[in-house]
Design a protein around this ligand. Structure first.
Ligand code: UT7
Length: 331
């Protein structure tokens, strides 16, 4: 664990989701499914969907703008803008560049990172390292996902699960009062990459009429296998990060898990022996927003007054890669 005086902290947050709400009943009209199946198997009741022309960079910029407003920091003072996304608006350049332009972070270096659902937590680790090393003071880390652009709306096993949205946090130098990013644990298992991926549309398999007709540009997932691995990996990451931070689960005020499935959240938190009151859940309203899910939840938890300065958080994510991790943060 780092010495308190050399910590970086999360000093502000923001989020942005599209106005359009898509309910489970809407999906009953598109694929062979029921509200009952989706609700009982996943915990999702509705999710947001971008309007025509509303993109990953727009949501990212708005979430970032709100985080900067929360911090009282002018956009020109951001030194690094990191954008985590699995749904870049273009394959070149990074979507962070467009978000930077919209936000007016004129003095920032901006780049994307790609670690699917774990991406925002990985980005926080990167921001933490940049600040604690003395390299930078103000790092904006955003998770933004337009999942609706990469979903196969003929595949009921995936299309009902995901939603669009963005969340952001500003990472700055700690104030020496105990606030800060205490510890992070990250792991990846690339051998299992095929369990959650988009086979075509990249350099290895460019889009052709054949790939398009077989829907290979869209998200494919072996849900049951990902589920099993998620539970084991998130529990393990949480235990390890608590140990690095010198804490036990009883020290934690709120667990903010990646919102992929309420049954995964319940299984992980039951194994960790944490009661429901200390677990943040908003999957019912947003579905799985990939790397935006934790920063959206964090911002909502702050705005609802469930956490504030000094609260001890345990955040954990798991997703494509397979990539996962956990962080302990004193807000
Ligand atoms: O964030 C990235 C990481 N991703 C995750 O963490 C997701 C992990 N996986 C899951 O959340 C779950 O595995 C799912 C929600 C994807 C699926 O739930 P499940 O309880 O594992 O269901 P299953 O895949 O075992 O499927 C059970 C049945 C199947 O029918 P048969 O073969 O038993 O006849 C599916 O075809 O449910 C069927 N099914 C559906 N039925 C109605 C699958 N999707 C649907 C649907 N509506 N939308």
């Amino acid at each position: 664990m780092k010495h308190p005086t050399s910590r970086a902290m999360i000093s502000a947050t923001g989020m942005s989701v599209p106005d359009k709400v898509v309910t489970n009943a809407d999906f009953e009209r598109i694929v062979e499914t029921t509200d009952e199946w989706i609700t009982s198997r996943t915990g999702i009741r509705e999710r947001r969907m971008c309007a025509e022309g509303e993109n990953t960079a727009d949501m990212a910029a708005e979430a970032g703008r709100r985080a900067l407003e929360d911090a009282g920091l002018p956009p020109e003072d951001v030194e690094i803008l990191i954008l985590s996304t699995a749904t870049p608006d273009h394959l070149l350049p990074a979507t962070a560049c467009e978000a930077q332009a919209i936000l007016g972070c004129e003095n920032a270096a901006a780049f994307d990172i790609s670690a699917a659902c774990a991406g925002w937590l990985y980005g926080v680790a990167l921001a933490d390292a940049m600040v604690t090393s003395g390299m930078h003071d103000n790092v904006l880390i955003i998770g933004s996902e337009k999942m609706s652009a990469i979903l196969d709306y003929t595949d009921r096993t995936t299309c009902v699960l995901f939603g669009d949205g963005a969340g952001a946090a500003l990472v700055t130098r700690g104030n020496g009062n105990g606030r800060g990013i205490l510890a992070t644990h990250m792991r990846t298992n690339g051998r299992q990459a095929h369990l959650l991926w988009r086979p075509a549309g990249g350099a290895a398999m460019p889009s052709t009429d054949v790939t398009r007709s077989e829907h290979m540009e869209y998200v494919k997932q072996e849900g049951r296998e990902v589920f099993k691995q998620a539970v084991v990996a998130m529990e393990d990451s949480c235990r390890r990060v608590l140990e690095i931070a010198g804490m036990t689960i009883s020290d934690i005020d709120l667990v903010i898990p990646h919102q992929a499935n309420i049954r995964i959240i319940d299984a992980v938190t039951k194994r960790l022996e944490v009661d429901d009151e200390r677990v943040f859940v908003n999957i019912d309203r947003y579905g799985n927003t990939s790397s935006a899910s934790i920063p959206i939840a964090l911002d909502e938890a702050r705005r609802q007054g469930r956490v504030g300065a000094g609260s001890k958080l345990l955040m954990t994510a798991f997703g494509g890669g397979l990539a996962w991790g956990a962080s302990v943060v004193v807000l």
